[in-house]
Design a protein around this ligand. Structure first.
Ligand code: TRP
Length: 476
């Protein structure tokens, strides 16, 4: 710091915070507040959370730093950064685009739920607490209602990405994210004061390793990648906007800490209340939409209502700042590599996403095709979160470790030696050897135990798709 402070310290701080907030905007989203609690609930609680935290620290942090470094070094987005270095690696970027497309095949469905709940809460949902659970079940299995909200949510994404006004949503995020954080704290305190709440904390933080199998470990890895927006080139794209003088290590640390903090807080907000209400921890994807309204109903009165409204507004904005980053990865590929106009790219890709979302949303009401007994919503989730992101992260590490030079990486991460990063050697060893092997082991274990539930075949299909992407990459 001492070397460069005299010029414009305020500016530097301002822009750094701006970047951290943008990257955190991508990371903090439905993954933290919707996915983390229900996945922890379905995966047995404490042991899952423990493994997830280990993965965040040792794998997530390192992969994020790698993605930022690749992005800043090449100055290009997902596909371009690989392609410009070595054409044979183009497929890694393309795999990321495919992940983005598939995640956007279900993310807007849940984003639509969040949006709908602003209006449901406004329309008096809290006044009949006993009906909140049934109301959610009825809502998502209704054919038209969730589709309408999904459509509106996706349209918001289109408008934001088309006009390139993501600055606006980021500004909204800067106000609403801290607010959401505060509301989560209030909800946590309220939940913890309910009788029987401690059982929820125990469930979340006391590891019971007898519950761990390959499925749980892979779920924890997938959750770490999904929540941190890793493994599909999203943070490579963000990295390409980071200024040369900024500290990548510190930025990575801040984004990782914020993202993980919000996820844990969401867990603390929900599990104690769930146990107090006598609900099943494995309640599934509806968890946040059932537990949180019940807690606010419990608070009662205008305070409960206002906080509930702000919660779902905050959740919707958090979801938007994440989904626009997903859409942008696909759009910038179509613009940069396929020469499409921005408007064509946005409309074309969101029409495809919208169609995928329609099938995904209907599958929750038991309508439409299944594969090995699994509906489309779950298939998209399985393919991306369990396979594509993890393999994508593994490929990013192999690329950095074996295709880029150690000294170039060191220069990039230390800003040509200006910043000291004493753990560089450890990071490099993790990225070059340990993480690729660890991910391969976890994936094999996960696929193996996935066969007990019919999910293994779908995960293998995912591996097949990756191999095909590799084979046909010359055409991409
Ligand atoms: N991390 C976001 C969330 O938690 C979702 C997301 C945005 C994402 N961009 C991504 C997930 C890229 C994987 C890859 O809601």
């Amino acid at each position: 710091m001492a070397t460069s402070t005299s010029a414009q310290p305020r500016d530097t701080w301002g822009s750094k915070l701006g970047f951290v907030m943008a990257a955190a905007g991508s990371a903090v989203g439905l993954g933290n507040i919707w996915k983390f609690p229900y996945t922890a609930g379905e995966s047995g609680g404490g042991a899952f959370v423990f493994i997830y935290l280990l993965f965040v620290i040792f794998i997530g942090f390192s992969v994020m730093l790698t993605e930022f470094a690749i992005g800043r070094k090449t100055g290009l987005s997902a596909v371009g950064s690989f392609k410009s270095t070595d054409k044979r690696w183009t497929f890694t970027g393309v795999l990321g685009v495919l992940s983005g497309l598939l995640i956007m095949g279900f993310y807007p469905v849940v984003g639509g739920w969040a949006l709908a709940y602003i209006f449901k809460v406004g329309g008096g949902l809290l006044s009949t607490p006993e009906a909140i659970g049934d109301s959610f079940g009825g809502f998502i299995s209704h054919p038209m209602q969730p589709l309408t909200w999904m459509g509106i949510y996706l349209l918001l994404n289109v408008v934001i990405v088309m006009k390139g006004i993501s600055g606006g949503i980021e500004k909204a995020g800067k106000i609403l994210m801290p607010l959401l954080f505060v509301i989560l704290i209030i909800v946590s305190v309220k939940g913890l004061m309910l009788p029987g709440a401690m059982a929820g904390l125990e469930f979340l933080f006391m590891p019971d390793f007898s519950k761990v199998d390959g499925n749980v470990v892979l779920a924890a890895l997938g959750q770490a990648f999904f929540s941190l927006s890793l493994g599909m080139g999203c943070m490579i794209t963000y990295g390409s906007y980071i200024k040369k003088k900024e500290n990548l290590v510190q930025t990575t640390g801040m984004v990782t800490a914020m993202d993980t903090g919000v996820a844990l807080l969401a867990g603390i907000a929900m599990f104690p209340a769930m146990f107090a209400f006598g609900m099943e921890p494995a309640a599934g994807p509806g968890l946040v939409f059932v537990v949180v309204p019940q807690l606010f109903a419990e608070m009662g009165g205008a305070v409960g209502l206002v906080l509930a409204l702000l919660f779902f507004i905050g959740l919707t904005v958090a979801a938007l700042t994440s989904s626009v980053s997903l859409l942008e990865v696909v759009v910038s590929y179509l613009i940069d590599e396929k020469g499409l106009k921005r408007s064509t790219a946005v409309i074309g890709s969101s029409v495809v996403m919208g169609l995928l979302c329609i099938i995904a949303s209907l599958s929750l009401g038991g309508v439409g095709p299944t594969l090995f007994g699994t509906g489309v919503f779950d298939i998209f989730d399985l393919l991306t979160d369990k396979i594509f992101l993890a393999v994508g992260g593994m490929l990013v590490c192999i690329f950095a470790g074996w295709r880029l030079s150690r000294s170039d990486l060191e220069k990039e991460i230390t800003n040509d030696g200006e910043i000291s990063f004493p753990l560089f050697g450890l990071w490099y060893t993790l990225v070059k050897y340990i993480i690729p092997v660890a991910i391969a082991v976890v994936a094999v274990m996960g696929i193996k135990s996935g066969f007990d539930s019919g999910k293994g075949a779908i995960m293998l299909l995912g591996i097949g798709i990756i191999v095909l992407t590799g084979i046909f990459s010359k055409k991409l």
